[in-house]
Design a protein around this ligand. Sequence first.
Ligand code: ATP
Ligand code: MG
Length: 158
Amino acid sequence: NWVDFVKFLNHIIDRFEMTKERHVTFKREFPNKEIFVEVDEDKLTQVIDNIISNALKYSPEGGRITYRIKELDGKIEISISDQGIGIPKENLEKVFERFYRVDRARTRQLGGTGLGLAIAKEMIGAHGGDIWAESKEGKGTTILFTLPYDPEQEDDWL
Ligand code: ATP
Ligand code: MG
């Protein structure tokens, strides 16, 4: 389906904002326009739910989660940044493997199976995008992904 990604992401974030129990603030940096992309809404919702759940799970009390949508050449880049514990450099790619979790002791009490990001990688790949992580230990983590985007596409409909 074709969806305005800005509206789509706003909806998902609103849902988290209404139900979140932790004291974490949300910040959105989105373009002031509609961005139509063709996506499987259920699958992308699952992907984004997991990224936001992770960001909340690993955020400190009072932390901020920043959501960005950037328009690049032929694609959009979506990023979700937290100010949590971070991921060690040597594990940045491994977190996208099935059942991989950075520190069993650390994550055991937080629950989860270690499948979320592996599924995300598969689904973003199926959409023709990429997904990766950037992080500074102790400072925070950013999960970024891209989706193909053609600004001309919208004009054709008018
Ligand atoms: P599931 O998503 O299946 O419930 P999970 O959250 O442990 O379980 P993933 O979402 O795949 O699994 O994440 C894999 C691992 O990557 C996590 O266990 C955690 O160690 C690390 N990780 C993911 N996101 C973050 C983050 N925002 N900050 C710090 N570590 C993270
Ligand atoms: Mg997860």
